[in-house]
Design a protein around this ligand. Structure first.
Ligand SMILES: C[S@@+](CC[C@H](N)C(=O)[O-])C[C@H]1O[C@@H](n2cnc3c(N)ncnc32)[C@H](O)[C@@H]1O
Length: 230
């Protein structure tokens, strides 16, 4: 059966239980990306968030926790949220331990339901925001601003850059409609300027951080670090 590329609920069940990078589609030509590339990602998140070891980190769209686990030593508590029951079951089985929890929930539903939101100090969405519409992304950033009052910094990682989409789609096909579709393979492409405007409406000031040139997706993706503007 063919699954849409953005399906993280059913598709991962078709792969081997230990194919952690395959399950979250972190592959190149079907092969998991190298440890060196993964460590570049981990470093970019640690530095962007300025993880101190004391931080209480909330990750939205954490998948199976394969990336999250590398951040555990940068925080004193961790909650990872994902709406794929299957990926969360993998995360719980492989990586959950006291104080480092994984929750199966839609991100927006979790944000309104969390009853101690003020304890979090940092938030992360890695390779996730593009799967939300503008309305959903705005609701997410608003809720983090208004309810999660202890959060100083948000890292929005691995964002597809609309200004550089032509560097990704080079087979000559018309890709313009795909760029606005949050259910497409890559999700919705936003330029840094578009995301900056969206973040500003929710109270966040944004700066762009680019990956080193030898990162395999450096030519069309960027990271954004958000801090409170007021
Ligand atoms: C490309 S994967 C990235 C997983 C993980 N962050 C990583 O980088 O390894 C995108 C993840 O976002 C999750 N996701 C997408 N929309 C979501 C939503 N509305 N609420 C919670 N999770 C969502 C998917 O289930 C999937 O696990």
């Amino acid at each position: 059966m063919e699954y849409p590329k953005s399906d993280y609920k059913e598709y991962p069940k078709t792969l081997a239980p230990d194919d952690l990078w395959g399950q979250v589609r972190r592959t190149v030509y079907g092969k998991p990306v190298s440890d060196e590339q993964i460590q570049m990602i981990v470093e970019s998140i640690r530095a962007g968030l300025g993880l101190s070891g004391e931080d209480v980190l909330l990750e939205l769209g954490c998948g199976n926790g394969a990336l999250s686990q590398y951040l555990f030593d940068g925080c004193s508590e961790f909650v990872g949220v994902d709406f794929s029951d299957y990926l969360i079951s993998v995360a719980q089985r492989k990586f959950q331990r006291a104080g480092f929890r994984f929750v199966a929930s839609d991100a927006l539903a979790y944000l309104s339901a969390e009853d101690r939101p003020e304890r979090f100090s940092k938030a992360l969405c890695y390779a996730m925001l593009s799967y939300l519409s503008d309305e959903q992304a705005q609701a997410l950033l608003m809720s983090l601003f208004n309810r999660f009052t202890g959060i100083t910094t948000i890292f929005l990682g691995n964002l597809p850059d609309r200004d550089r989409a032509h560097l990704f789609f080079h087979d000559g096909k018309d890709f313009t409609t795909e760029l606005d579709d949050s259910a497409s393979q890559i999700g919705k492409w936003r330029s840094p300027a578009q995301l900056e405007a969206l973040a500003a409406q929710c109270g966040w000031r944004m700066r762009v951080e680019l990956m080193p040139d030898n990162f395999y997706q450096a030519h069309y993706r960027y990271n954004a670090v958000l801090e409170r503007a007021r």
